[in-house]
Design a protein around this ligand. Structure first.
Ligand code: ADP
Ligand code: ASP
Ligand code: MG
Length: 475
């Protein structure tokens, strides 16, 4: 750390529920005041809970010409943010923040008027609108801290996170991002000012606003943490840590005190919303520990995510993507399996579409893979285009798509070398009559994934949770 202080540098990210209303913002500001005594802090904040949804809904209403609807959303946004300012800020801060909030709401209106005129919202303009919640939340939290006598400054990541122009799901250009982050944030940290940074947002080299994908404020925190060589990254959310399963699906799920980077990456890639799927990468590269903590229950230690594989052997957690599409491509033997696979994944890679699982039968020349349901139409179009000639000449027999599938994943670093896990897992599913459609096990043996009907996903998760007794104290 090079902040000129001997205190550790901690990046702290607060999710939408943690700053959902004035009371929550007050609580967060108070806890930051305490933490600031023991660490140098950089704060990342998401939009107030539900605000991003509201903004996206307003944009769609505008494209339908539903002025009544988007204006109602605008009023709701104005009320929620003004309420925080009026309840938490001293008069001097209010005098600056309230007119500024008015300006953000005018930007919202101008964008919605534009969308309703052209009856369209492009991914590019959607990013400018959908990330306004982060801009407002950062300004309010920074002002609240200043109101408590703690030096703080709102910083817009559009100034520091430089991305490609993949609007809606942009990727950071790390060299530039790291340089700008250090240049902008280090002087603040050295002066004892807490930067309160917008999550989710970035901008292209031409300063056009982008977003890093839904739920990506976690990623913002780790990007900044890595750029600043932080000692720790703390992600504050609304659960006690990473749990053995989504607590909404399995009420008996338990907090896992410590998990590895690889386990948490696998969990988040396969749908565990508690962490954005890309968030671990920057922290892992720098070996920075990431803590998941509950802002509603701050005395709970939470989960530490780090390099080493700790905990019990066997299955440690279960996750799922409940809406997936399964594609099966069968090729004539003259086509050769490697060529078939190259064509299929070559076409899918053009859109950077992630595959959730892949299985193959080389002898029969059949390739099966699953993607998120929302990616299904694009994958289908890509495959039909790439394989058009082969299909016309009957070299490729079919592109079958199984509707309403789901992918369930059981994972644990120490599954490797623990015999009998697959047998127990599928035996338990068989006993409760769940039909498994496809199975894949990574060669790293970090996880076993399988596809079932969407409707069977919750039962499959509960069955495995029970079979491996994950509801007992997690280790
Ligand atoms: P935030 O607004 O703080 O970013 P999110 O809603 O994005 O919070 O993520 C937290 C939610 O993730 C929890 O409320 C929980 O329902 C869900 N979740 C899914 N899988 C898991 C898991 N394995 N462990 C903990 N939480 C999980
Ligand atoms: N506010 C953004 C979203 O709802 C980013 C985040 O919450 O992490 O997707
Ligand atoms: Mg989140």
């Amino acid at each position: 750390m090079e902040t000129g202080s001997r205190l550790p540098l901690r990046v702290m990210k607060f999710g939408g529920t943690s700053v959902g209303n004035a009371e929550r913002v007050r609580t967060v500001a108070r806890s930051l005041a305490d933490h600031a005594r023991e660490a140098t802090l950089a704060v990342v904040v998401s939009a107030m809970g539900g605000v991003t949804e509201m903004l996206i809904r307003a944009a769609h209403a505008a494209t339908r010409g539903d002025e009544h609807r988007w204006k109602a959303v605008g009023q709701g946004l104005a009320q929620r943010h003004r309420e925080v300012a009026e309840q938490l800020l001293p008069a001097s801060e209010q005098a600056a923040v309230l007119p500024w909030l008015g300006e953000q709401l005018r930007t919202f209106e101008n964008l919605c008027v534009g969308f309703s005129l052209v009856r369209e919202v492009t991914p590019r303009s959607m990013d400018s609108l959908s990330s306004l919640g982060e801009v407002m939340a950062a300004a309010l939290l920074a002002a609240t801290l200043r109101g408590q006598g703690i030096p703080a400054l709102a910083v817009d990541t559009a100034e520091i996170i430089v991305t490609d122009d993949h609007f809606g799901n942009a990727s950071p250009l790390f060299e530039e991002t790291n340089a700008r982050t250090r240049e902008r944030l280090r002087p603040l940290l050295e002066q004892g000012i807490i930067p309160v940074v917008t999550g989710f947002r970035g901008a292209t080299r031409d300063a056009i606003c982008t977003t890093l994908g839904r739920g990506a404020s976690d990623y913002t925190a780790t990007i900044l943490g890595a750029a600043l060589d932080a000692d720790e990254i703390w992600i504050w959310t609304d659960v006690d840590g990473v749990m053995t399963a989504d607590p909404r699906l399995v009420p008996e799920a338990k907090v896992i005190p410590e998990i590895s980077y690889r386990e948490s990456m696998e969990l988040s890639f396969f749908g565990a919303k508690v962490l954005h799927s890309k968030a671990i990468q920057p922290a892992m590269k720098k070996g920075i520990p990431v803590w998941i903590k509950n802002s509603f229950n701050p005395s709970c230690p939470g989960t530490k995510i780090g390099a080493s594989a700790v905990g019990r052997p066997g299955v440690r957690a279960i996750t799922s993507v409940s809406k997936a599409k399964l594609f099966t491509v069968s090729g004539d033997e003259s086509l050769g399996f490697a060529r078939l696979a190259a064509k299929v994944f070559g076409s899918v890679s053009l859109d950077d579409i992630p595959s959730l699982m892949v299985t193959q039968s080389s002898a029969e020349n059949v390739l099966c893979f699953a993607v998120h349901e929302s990616d299904g139409p694009r994958v289908r179009a890509r495959l039909e285009k790439a394989l058009e000639l082969e299909m016309r000449h009957d070299y490729v027999a079919a592109i079958e798509i199984m509707p309403q599938g789901g992918v369930v994943v059981a994972l644990g670093e120490k599954m490797k070398g623990t015999p009998g896990i697959a047998g127990r897992l599928f035996g338990a599913l068989g006993r409760c009559g769940i039909n498994v459609i496809v199975i894949a096990q990574g060669s790293s043996e970090l996880s076993i994934s399988f596809a079932v009907k969407s409707a069977d996903v919750p039962q499959a998760i509960r069955t495995i949770h029970e079979e491996f007794q994950l509801g007992r104290l997690a280790r």
